[in-house]
Design a protein around this ligand. Structure first.
Ligand code: SF4
Length: 66
């Protein structure tokens, strides 16, 4: 189970962790306060294979494995 620490996440629509996901399991939700931001990210747990690539790639270290 993955969670995002929004005190760290920069909410970029072009999130490098989302791009690194091999199965596109990180989904942008809503509009952020700027056009290039998202409101939040959701993990599609049906798709996620638990590879933790997103955790390693996130430059803000904002993705937490629970
Ligand atoms: S753990 Fe792997 S499959 Fe799951 S969201 Fe992260 S990168 Fe994608």
């Amino acid at each position: 189970m993955l969670e995002i620490d929004y005190n760290k996440c920069d909410r970029l629509r072009g999130c490098s962790a989302a791009k690194a996901c091999p199965v596109q399991a990180m989904l942008p939700v809503g509009k952020g306060f700027l056009p290039w931001k998202v409101e939040r990210w959701e993990f599609d747990e049906q798709k996620c294979i638990g590879c933790n690539k997103c955790v390693k790639v996130c430059p803000q270290k904002a993705i937490i494995v629970k």
